[in-house]
Ligand binder design. Structure first.
Ligand SMILES: Cc1ncc(COP(=O)(O)O)c(C=O)c1O
Length: 417
């Protein structure tokens, strides 16, 4: 870096966001729906200052964060194991770890699984290992953390290309043009974190298999919510919540699945579903297994308790979640609001006609006591500003009535068909 560049970089650090972040920084100061301090919670009600709001921004889809059986689990585990293992996994694994990986492998029907603290850790460390000095293809709408993992791979010698979900011919052409004697890794979201829609997984997997490329799918929002389809299923989400691969009848042949417990399972842990020999390689090649602190005991205990609840009550909870989500989506569709959600999954993005009206919308939601995720650039493309609603099984029907009433009031500023 030249001296001038170093001075410039230094000068832009304190309190002055780069233009890319200016809109988010402005909204953070202008609205009360970002960076809030939550003083207390009561079910899905949250208190910010002296105002109670209903939380539709939580990713705790199954309500496991408030489930008494799961809430009770950490106490005994902490008594046995202490609050935190504090060995990197390579140094020592409390027995809770193999128990989690065995149960998870059975649940999702993969060859093997490896758990690490977060999906972000996994993307940043595993994508570069899989891409090596080959080519990595990152889908245009992929989650920021996937893109970051691909960027690290590029920094370590891989070539990085972008592709679009709706142009598989282009993906195929690029795969054919890339050196076939080196890894070719195609990365994308499972259930999209904004639209709530799943990818055309079967078609994409077919292209990757035909071209000999490895497909890498992040299903942070699908795991726990959607699962295998069965004649006796309790809802259109399918059974067992065992993720997008099982939901769409795909296999793990040439496909690596990444998922997390920090959404539907309300716990700090994430996983990669992979062949057993790759797991052994990653124990040395993926930095967090060697160098990072592990998840706290409470997280490991709530994951195991979550598996038990999932087996016994998960499908009933998902049926309830589906019913509540449909109450919102039926209302949205009845009002002819232009909403990208075509899947009926509980992630509902509501774009505005004009992004400038986001402040006004935030004020209406605040006054009505509805807490959502504001979606401004660069969280979404500039022309898709709006907000995202997430329904959880812990939201009450009364809270959904309040949300629907707020949406009705907002119709004049929303995109309609
Ligand atoms: C699609 C997707 N991937 C990854 C993440 C990050 O997950 P983690 O908190 O486990 O790093 C998120 C979180 O919002 C996400 O939506």
């Amino acid at each position: 870096m030249t001296r001038d560049a170093a001075q410039h970089a230094h000068a832009s650090i304190p309190g002055q966001p780069a233009p890319r972040w200016a809109e988010l920084a402005r909204l953070k100061n202008a609205t009360r729906l970002y960076d809030a301090v939550i003083e207390e919670i009561d079910g899905r009600r949250i208190r910010i200052g002296d105002r109670w709001l209903t939380d539709f921004a939580s990713c705790n889809y199954l309500g496991f964060d408030l489930d008494p059986e799961i809430m009770a689990a950490p106490e005994e585990a902490i008594r046995r194991w202490g609050t935190h293992p504090s060995w990197s996994r390579l140094l020592g694994n409390p027995r809770l770890y193999p128990e989690i990986e065995e149960r998870l492998t059975e649940l999702i029907g993969a060859d093997d699984t490896l758990v690490l603290p977060t999906i972000t850790h996994i993307h940043l460390s595993v994508i570069p290992v899989l891409a090596d000095h080959g080519t990595v293809f990152c889908e245009a709408q992929a989650h920021r953390t996937i893109f970051d993992g691909c960027s690290v791979a590029k920094g370590q010698g891989a070539t990085l290309h972008r592709w679009r979900m709706d142009d598989l011919d282009h993906l195929r052409e690029m795969l054919r043009a890339a050196p076939a004697d080196r890894p070719r890794l195609v990365c994308m979201d499972g259930v999209n974190s904004m639209s709530g829609n799943p990818p055309h997984l079967n078609e994409i997997a077919e292209v990757c298999r035909a071209e000999g490329a490895l497909l890498y799918v992040d299903d942070a929002h699908g795991f726990g919510v959607i699962g295998e389809r069965r004649p006796d299923e309790t809802s259109a989400y399918g059974m067992r919540g065992n993720s997008v691969v099982r939901h769409l009848g795909e296999t793990y042949d040439g496909l690596i699945l990444v998922g997390g417990f920090s959404k539907a399972y309300s716990s700090l842990l994430a996983f990669i579903a992979l062949p057993a020999d790759l797991k052994e390689l990653l124990k040395f090649a993926a930095a967090p297994y060697l160098y990072s602190g592990p998840s706290p005991t409470a997280s490991l205990a709530t994951v195991l308790a979550g598996f038990a609840v999932n087996e016994r009550r998960g499908d009933d909870i998902r049926a309830d979640l589906h019913r509540k989500t449909m109450r919102v989506l039926d209302h949205v569709r009845g009002l002819r609001i232009d909403c990208p959600n075509k899947s009926d999954f509980p992630v509902i993005e509501i774009p505005l006609q004009r992004s400038a009206e986001l402040d006004e919308v935030a004020e209406v939601l605040w006054k009505r006591g509805i807490y959502v995720t504001l979606a401004a650039y660069p969280l979404v493309p500039r022309d898709q500003a709006g907000f995202r609603v997430q329904v959880t099984a812990a939201n009450t029907d009364g809270e959904i009535d309040e949300l629907n009433a707020a949406l009705t009031e907002l119709v004049p500023v929303l995109r309609t068909t």
